[in-house]
Write a protein that binds this ligand. Structure first.
Ligand code: KG4
Ligand code: ZN
Length: 338
C-alpha cells in the first residue's frame, strides 16, 4: 500500500488551506477562509496576502494535528506556485520553501487549475476515477476552461473564456443585485425559489470552444437599470426569479461548449472542477445533458470544489511519483500556463 505522505498548501486567492494526504487518501483538509473581503465587495489583494501570513502557520499545525502526522513523517511539500494573486501566492511559496529547507523534504510546485482537475483522483469510497484521456470543464473565479486531460501531468486547454470567468459572472451579477461577495453561492441558494424562464439575457456568439461572459454582464446591467427605472423596487420584488434566470443563462452558455467539446473530440468522459462546480444547477444540468450523449460524468465532492489544500496535495503526489521536484529558486507566478 502506498503511504507516501504529502503536505499540500494553497494560498492563491483568499483561502489559506492545508491538507495532509497519505497515498491518495486525505487525512486532513483545513480551510481558513478570509471573510473580511465580503465588506469590500471582492478580494482585496493586499489584505489577502497579509491574512495568509497571519493564518498559514496555524493552518499547517491544525492540518498536521488533525491528521495525527508529525512534520518529520512528511515525504513531500506541495504548494500552489500559480496562477493567482501574486502577493497571496508568495506567502505559500515562501513558507513551503522555508519548510522544505528546514525539513530537507522535496518541494513540489503545483499548478492551481491542474490541481482542481486532479482532485478527482482523491480516494473516496463512493467514487470511480475518470480514466485518461478525459475532458474537464474548469470553472472558477478566475478561469473558465475546457481542458483535454491526457494524463496527470499533460493537459491541454482546448477552450477558454476570452474575458470574464464564469465565477466572475456569478459574482458580478450578484453585486448588481445587491448581494454580498462572493455572490455565486447566494445566487445558487436564491435561484432554488425562482423561475428560471422569467427573464431573458443575451447569450454570446463566440466561435469554437471559447467562452465570453462580458456581454452577459452588460446585458444584465442594462436590463436591471431599465427595469429599476420603471419600478424602484424591481430587484427586491424579483430577486429569486432574477437569480434563477441569470444562473440558467450562465449554465446554458457553459453547457453549449461542453456538448461541442464531446462532439469534436469524441471523448466520452467529462469532469467538472473549480469553485463554480459547486453550483447545483450546473451539476444537475451537466449530468443530465452528458447522460443523454452517453458520456460518463465526474462531479467533485463539495469540499473539493472551491479552493482547498487537498487538491494541491493530490496534484503534488503525481509530481512526487514522477520525481518532478522544485528547488529554492521556485517563484510564485501570477500567470502560469498549462
Ligand atoms: O475555485 P475557487 O474557489 O477560486 C478560484 O480559483 O477562483 O472559485 C471561486 C468562485 C467564486 O466566483 C464563487 O462565487 C464561485 O466559485 N462559486 C459558486 C458557487 N460556489 C462557489 N458559483 C456559483 N454557485 C455556487 N454554488
Ligand atoms: Zn481555484
Amino acid at each position: 500500500m502506498d503511504t507516501t505522505i504529502i503536505l499540500g498548501i494553497e494560498s492563491s486567492c483568499d483561502d489559506t488551506s492545508v491538507a495532509v494526504l497519505s497515498g491518495n487518501k486525505i487525512l486532513s483538509n483545513v480551510v481558513s477562509s478570509q471573510l473580511i473581503h465580503a465588506k469590500y465587495g471582492g478580494v482585496v489583494p493586499e489584505i489577502a496576502s497579509r491574512k495568509h501570513q497571519e493564518y498559514i502557520w496555524s493552518t499547517v499545525q491544525e492540518a498536521l494535528i488533525s491528521a495525527r502526522v508529525k512534520l518529520n513523517q512528511i515525504d513531500g511539500i506541495a504548494v500552489t506556485k500559480g496562477p493567482g494573486l501574486l502577493g497571496s501566492l508568495m506567502v505559500g511559496v515562501s513558507f513551503a520553501k522555508g519548510l522544505s529547507l528546514a525539513t530537507s523534504k522535496p518541494l513540489l510546485g503545483v499548478h492551481h487549475m491542474k490541481a482542481h482537475i486532479l482532485a478527482h483522483f482523491i480516494k473516496d469510497a463512493n467514487k470511480t476515477f475518470p480514466s485518461f484521456p478525459f475532458l474537464c470543464l474548469t470553472v472558477s473565479g478566475g478561469h473558465t476552461q475546457v481542458v483535454l486531460v491526457k494524463n496527470p501531468l499533460e493537459m491541454k486547454v482546448i477552450g477558454k473564456s476570452i474575458d470574464d470567468a464564469a465565477g466572475e459572472a456569478f459574482d458580478k451579477a450578484a453585486k448588481m443585485l445587491g448581494l454580498p461577495y462572493p455572490g455565486g453561492p447566494l445566487i445558487d441558494k436564491l435561484a432554488k425559489f425562482g423561475d428560471a424562464q422569467k427573464f431573458v439575457f443575451s447569450k454570446p456568439k463566440i466561435p469554437e470552444l471559447d467562452y465570453s461572459f462580458s456581454g452577459l454582464k452588460t446585458s444584465i446591467l442594462y436590463q436591471l437599470s431599465k427595469w429599476s427605472k420603471e419600478n424602484p423596487n424591481f430587484i427586491e420584488e424579483n430577486l429569486n426569479d432574477l437569480c434563477a434566470s441569470i444562473q440558467r443563462t450562465i449554465v446554458t452558455i457553459l453547457m453549449e461548449k461542453c456538448i461541442l467539446a464531446v462532439k469534436s473530440t469524441g471523448i466520452n468522459q467529462f469532469a467538472l472542477a473549480g469553485g463554480v462546480s459547486a453550483n447545483s444547477e450546473l451539476r444537475k444540468t451537466f449530468i443530465e445533458l452528458m447522460h443523454k450523449l452517453g458520456v460518463s460524468t465526474y462531479v467533485p465532492k463539495f469540499e473539493y470544489c472551491t479552493d482547498n489544500g487537498a487538491m494541491i496535495a493530490m496534484a503534488g503526489k503525481f509530481l512526487f511519483d514522477a520525481e518532478i521536484f522544485e528547488n529554492q529558486q521556485m517563484s510564485a507566478q501570477a500567470r502560469l500556463n498549462f
